[in-house]
Design a protein around this ligand. Structure first.
Ligand code: CAA
Length: 386
């Protein structure tokens, strides 16, 4: 079965093979246990780093592979098809903190943080959301107050992917004064490391899916951040976060395509082997129609993802495309995994086959990095943008 509607270059096929083989050989044997016991395996992250998968979009000048977004989403799909938890760590690291430092950091920040992040020696996280500021991200309340050569941050960040294990966290906090609130323009971005005084990891979420990816609260209690660790311009942190989420959403779309394609593969193989009423399931039209719709939706989601990635590589604004891509891919992942369980019947509902995990992992793709409802808002707003 050939999956790519849009032809890949020889280099892209090579990286796809590398990601595919690595995922099959070094991740697949452990995925069920990591999911069951909620284990985040740092060794696997280190291996991803050694292979260059944590510096895919970082120029060679800063220690990365300097690849394009198309190649990145191809590799990410391969990892996600085997383990969506590993894929989300790879996605967040590549799409959010590293891109933010690359784009808005100083050379000193790039030298200190980006170079080791490109090699996977430091793992990145992104802390925007708070317990009371989810979809309405600009309502965040973590406050930063200037004190000499430091900013002192107080507040709680929530739903931080890899937050307990990250070495570098890009956190958004208010730098406007309580008597002079500036809405989204009162928010700045900071580079935070766990060794800064006042940093604690809070509650770890006990999740339905992506159980091998730690999702935590981060507590900032008079967290002292050197002023040199502010990223870019004061008051621009929210806009940086939004621009970065344009990239991040492509990563989640790639993760979703990987999940959906894995479920399709399992269901296709199962329908060929499983016999009922004297013939294989694949000979029943009801099953054929399901598989046909699943394959069509996976292919459409991947084609939109590649088109959006190509637009980014051409330097175009992808705000609308990346929301469309994430929306289509995540809803495809949820729908396809649901159909896969239906085809497997009782066997799909237990852990003997991977579709049970794929179904649980798919759900969050409709929620994080902006819910499907937020994606629709972004898409609709862009229809009216000048
Ligand atoms: N690119 C560039 N600039 C952007 C932008 C984009 N994609 N989106 C917004 N902006 C700019 C606007 O132009 C505006 O700039 P000006 O001040 O110059 O006018 C500013 O940002 C404020 O924008 P809005 O007025 O549109 O802000 P809003 O409050 O209406 O919010 C929203 C818009 C789209 C709803 C936004 O809040 C949003 O995306 N919410 C969802 C948040 C989200 O995705 N969170 C996920 C966090 S990460 C995660 O899930 C966990 C993890 O670890 C993976």
């Amino acid at each position: 079965m050939s999956w790519a509607l849009i032809p890949l270059t020889e280099e892209q096929r090579e990286i796809q093979r590398l990601a595919h083989d690595f995922a099959r050989e070094e991740i697949a044997p452990h995925s069920d246990a990591w999911d069951r016991d909620a284990i985040f395996d740092r060794g696997t992250i280190n291996r991803l780093g050694e292979l260059g998968f944590l510096g895919m979009l970082i120029p060679e000048q800063w220690g990365g592979l300097g690849l394009d977004t198309c190649t990145y989403v191809v590799a990410l799909e391969e990892i996600a098809a085997v383990d969506a938890s590993v894929a989300v760590a790879m996605s967040v690291h590549n799409s959010l903190p590293t891109q933010m430092i690359l784009r808005w950091g100083t050379d000193a920040q790039r030298e200190r943080y980006l170079r080791p992040m490109a090699r996977g020696e430091l793992l990145g996280a992104f802390a925007l959301t708070e317990p009371d500021a989810g979809s309405d991200a600009a309502s965040l309340r973590t406050q930063a107050v200037r004190d000499g050569d430091c900013w002192v941050l107080t507040g709680t960040k929530a739903w931080v992917t890899s937050g307990s294990d990250a070495d570098v966290i890009l956190a958004m906090a208010r730098t406007d004064r309580p008597d002079d609130r500036r809405g989204p323009r009162g928010i700045s971005a900071f580079i935070i490391t766990p060794d800064m005084p006042g940093f604690t990891v809070g509650k770890k979420e006990d999740k339905m899916g992506l159980r091998a990816s730690p999702t935590v609260q981060l507590l900032f209690e008079n967290l002292r951040v050197p002023a040199t660790n502010m990223l870019g311009a004061e008051g621009s942190g929210f806009v940086y976060a939004m621009q970065s989420l344009d990239n991040g959403r492509l990563g989640i779309a790639a993760q979703s395509v990987g999940i959906a394609r894995a479920a399709l593969e399992v269901a296709t193989a199962y329908a060929a082997e499983r016999r009922q009423f004297g013939k294989p399931l694949k000979e029943f039209q009801a099953i054929q129609f399901k598989l046909a719709d699943m394959a069509t939706r996976v292919t459409a989601a991947r084609a939109l993802l590649y088109a959006a990635a190509a637009a980014r590589d051409r330097g175009e604004s992808i705000t609308q495309f990346s929301s469309m891509s994430k929306l289509l891919a995540s809803e495809t992942a949820m729908w396809v995994t649901t159909q896969a369980i239906q085809i497997l019947g009782g066997y799909g509902y237990v852990r003997d086959y991977p579709v049970e995990r794929l179904f649980r992992d798919a759900k969050v793709t409709e929620i994080y990095e902006g819910t499907s409802e937020i994606q629709r808002i972004v898409i609709a707003r862009e229809l009216y943008a000048k």
